[in-house]
Design a protein around this ligand. Structure first.
Ligand code: LLP
Length: 428
């Protein structure tokens, strides 16, 4: 997990910062992001997604974690950016992210969002369905703009992951199935368009996938599809975006993917297969989100109380919960946790970490061995960099925590803690 160490006081240090000092300065709950670790992850993707004779691009899926600071970091690391809403696009543009490196996604982009995308000059829009193509043509005409797009297709790969984050089953809401009867007619519509220029295809087979095999299967199915599209429509695929989904470690149950083998394997398959069947080698993109930020984040909480229930379960109550991390309640996600101010103490007891929301399902970690926990201890839940801050809510009118980036012993506040004033800001 990031650059984490135990210092001589027995405290957890993240990016060279003592977690107990971070808490004193910024209070709890607190999202802490290890900046160096995010940068290393960006480089790992860039360095491994290379093969001679294949042009490649790594795009960060910003839905995993987005604020102005991460946009700047991603730009410095020379990755492109995937956004799925007007709000994500707005954040990216406000951060100064180069619009031409932004990929605009979404299965139901509104007219307003498409207009924003066109006016801000995003590099690619990923078209999801034929209604969207019609709307886009209409807007391009009205605004006198041309746009390069990819078509999102569904390759029908059922990757083994949680049902709610599978995206590529045949009845998925995303994209057009490559097996549908209409797919070639749909592509012909693009070919007739004077404003909207189809560059290629996009697919995403799911999230938190551990087997390289699924990525390789997806790649092969897409190359096959490229060949069919060439034969049926005379369309040459110039760009192929294979999405994200690279699995990461959260708990001992997870065996993270071998990134190097997975990425290099995808590119090798593309190179070999395309030359075998005589189609042009496309530019290849991937869109990791979770794998860039998940293990770079930790959430620090203060313990308010411990309850030993009659039923035998011992609870630790923390001052956050499903409002800052809904993943346990939503997906049954598993997390590791530590007592950040007692890193050298032996585990003594089995606990369940519960939040402060008025809801029984507000559990962060079920059954975890920890040292004896007392009121005012600092609990750190690990690997919370992805889909935590970005999925946080104000349920029970709980303000969202602050986000700090840490690096080389320095902490930088990147999102202020919400206040009660923020909570009622839009109430009339
Ligand atoms: N590209 C597309 C088109 C996607 O739909 C997604 C994720 C990604 C890239 C990035 O996938 P990643 O590399 O992060 O796995 N909220 C869920 C995850 C939903 C992912 C949705 N799409 C969670 O907390 O597990």
């Amino acid at each position: 997990f990031g650059t984490m160490e135990i210092n001589n006081k027995g405290h957890l240090e993240i990016g060279g910062c003592d977690s107990t000092n971070l808490v004193k300065e910024y209070q709890t709950p607190l999202y802490v992001i290890d900046e160096k670790h995010v940068r290393e992850n960006c480089r790992e993707f860039k360095d491994n997604f290379i093969l001679e004779g294949v042009e490649t691009e790594v795009i960060y899926a910003s839905k995993a974690f987005l604020n102005i600071a991460i946009c700047k970091l991603i730009n410095e690391e020379k990755l492109s950016l995937d956004v799925v809403s007007g709000g994500e696009l707005y954040t990216a543009i406000k951060s100064g992210f180069p619009a031409e490196k932004i990929y605009m996604h979404g299965n139901n982009k509104t007219e307003y969002e498409l207009r924003m995308a066109l006016e801000s000059g995003v590099g690619r829009i990923i078209v999801d369905n034929s209604n969207e193509l019609e709307l886009l043509e209409y807007l391009c005409e009205k605004l006198d703009k041309n746009i390069d797009v990819l078509l999102r297709v569904n390759p029908g790969i059922e990757a083994h992951t949680h049902e709610y984050i599978q995206t590529s089953k045949n009845d998925s809401k995303f994209g057009e199935s490559i097996f549908s009867n209409d797919i070639f007619n749909f592509i012909r519509k693009f070919q007739l368009s004077s404003r909207v220029s189809l560059k290629g295809f996009h697919c995403h087979i799911g999230s938190q996938i551990f087997e390289e095999n699924f990525f390789h299967q997806g790649t092969l199915v897409m190359i096959d599809f490229m060949e069919k599209v060439k034969d049926e429509c005379g369309f040459i695929t110039e760009e192929l975006n294979l999405g994200g989904g690279f699995g990461v470690y959260y708990s001992h149950e997870d065996e993270p993917i071998n990134l190097e083998a997975c990425l290099k394997g995808m590119l090798q398959l593309i190179k070999d297969k395309t030359s075998e069947i005589g189609v042009k080698v496309p530019k290849v993109m991937i869109e990791p989100g979770r794998a860039i930020v998940a293990n770079s984040g930790i959430t620090l909480y203060e313990v308010g109380g411990i309850k030993n229930t009659f039923g035998g379960r011992d609870y630790i109550f923390v001052d956050g919960g499903m409002t800052d991390n809904p993943r346990t309640a939503l997906y049954g996600a598993k997390y590791d946790a530590v007592v950040a101010n007692k890193m050298n103490q032996e585990n003594e007891n089995l606990y369940t970490v519960a939040g402060k929301c008025c809801e029984s399902g507000d559990i962060l970690v079920k059954d975890i061995e920890l040292p004896k926990v007392e009121r005012r201890d600092i609990l750190g839940v690990m690997s919370t960099g992805a889909y935590n801050y970005s999925m946080s809510s104000n349920y029970n009118r709980i303000p969202r925590p602050a986000v700090v980036f840490v690096k080389d012993g320095e902490a930088k506040l990147t999102v202020k803690r919400e206040t009660y004033e923020d909570i009622i800001r839009n109430d009339l």
